[in-house]
Write a protein that binds this ligand. Sequence first.
Ligand SMILES: *[C@@H]1O[C@H](CO)[C@@H](O)[C@H](O)[C@H]1NC(C)=O
Ligand SMILES: *[C@@H]1O[C@H](CO)[C@@H](O)[C@H](O)[C@H]1NC(C)=O
Ligand SMILES: *[C@@H]1O[C@H](CO)[C@@H](O)[C@H](O)[C@H]1NC(C)=O
Ligand SMILES: *[C@@H]1O[C@H](CO)[C@@H](O)[C@H](O)[C@H]1NC(C)=O
Length: 332
Amino acid sequence: SQWRLLCFIVCVTALLFSQSCPERLVGAEGRRTCPRSCKSDRDCGGKRQCLCDSECGLSCVVPGRTCPWPLPLNENSRASLLSPTPSFSSLLEVLCKPGFTLADGSDATVRRCQGDRQWSGDKPICTGGSECKNGTCQAVFSLCHVFLLFSCRADIVGRQENYCQFNQTWLYPHPNCKEMLCQPPEEVEQGYVVAVQKTEYEVGFDIHYLCKKNFLLDGPQKITCLSNGSWSAAPPHCRARCIIPAERSRVVIGGVKRWPFDVTDGLVPHGENVTFFCKHPQKQCSFTAAQTCFDGKLETPLCYLEPTWLQYKLFPHRLVSEIEVCEPGDVE
Ligand SMILES: *[C@@H]1O[C@H](CO)[C@@H](O)[C@H](O)[C@H]1NC(C)=O
Ligand SMILES: *[C@@H]1O[C@H](CO)[C@@H](O)[C@H](O)[C@H]1NC(C)=O
Ligand SMILES: *[C@@H]1O[C@H](CO)[C@@H](O)[C@H](O)[C@H]1NC(C)=O
Ligand SMILES: *[C@@H]1O[C@H](CO)[C@@H](O)[C@H](O)[C@H]1NC(C)=O
């Protein structure tokens, strides 16, 4: 009869245990990684035990395995362990700082250490519950159930904090933010600012830039005053054209081989590449070297030698830019 009683106790315990843990929920695998399901420890190998892993039901887990801890610091919330260690089934409480709430409007949540060594649920994000846009502040949550703290980049007009009363109305009107203004933008050398001169510019104000004739705009053509009082971009530069530093050699500009005197004004725009012809040190052939015009500065490559007037006049066909181009193997 003792055996019977023992058997009865074991059976009842097993029954209670299996009832206290729900079956694995359909779709639980989609939300998280469920360990192997089991009915008893014998179904699991090694150090694994058959334990209840919430929506995964009875699963083979290593009870000593821990979930990530400590969690990265979050400026809007505080996390604390409700159990001595962050091991399987231990609980973690996430508490939003005053004035901050979770997406569902609550200010705290509890997460459980799962068999897959992850904390249950989505990462809780506490948000301010208040928002100041375009100068006016409002509560983000329609329900009036919290204490709100407002913050403005510029000065605040009104009370920074607000409280919900029993009758679901706010104690004070929500505050306003003084509008940010942008300081006059920098002048641009060789360019013009196309805007009314002011000491400060409102948010959304556009300033256009133009360059003087023969200068190329490098950067944004327009900048806008942002709501934080900064301009949307740094002002552009107006870049100068470059004199082609060769006279008696042809050069390649924009894929065309031409004499410098045939180029309008003998100038190339900022950013243009000019390819020069240099003579091979030993062989009677030429190779090319490119240079880029940058804001009025364009130098010949070190290998380039300007032909003399006599060479140019008497032997035009022997000029380096006119002789054969070296074979690829000839150039180091
Ligand atoms: C900001 O407020 C001004 C006037 O108060 C309005 O003209 C403008 O459309 C508002 N901008 C936004 C983004 O709500
Ligand atoms: C809500 O309660 C406050 C203070 O008790 C009161 O001044 C206010 O008139 C009430 N508002 C409404 C809409 O009942
Ligand atoms: C203003 O906002 C822009 C874009 O959001 C950002 O790049 C810039 O750093 C901000 N400026 C300041 C002073 O915060
Ligand atoms: C000049 O050469 C550079 C590098 O080879 C290239 O990135 C650039 O687009 C070229 N500029 C022009 C105007 O072709």
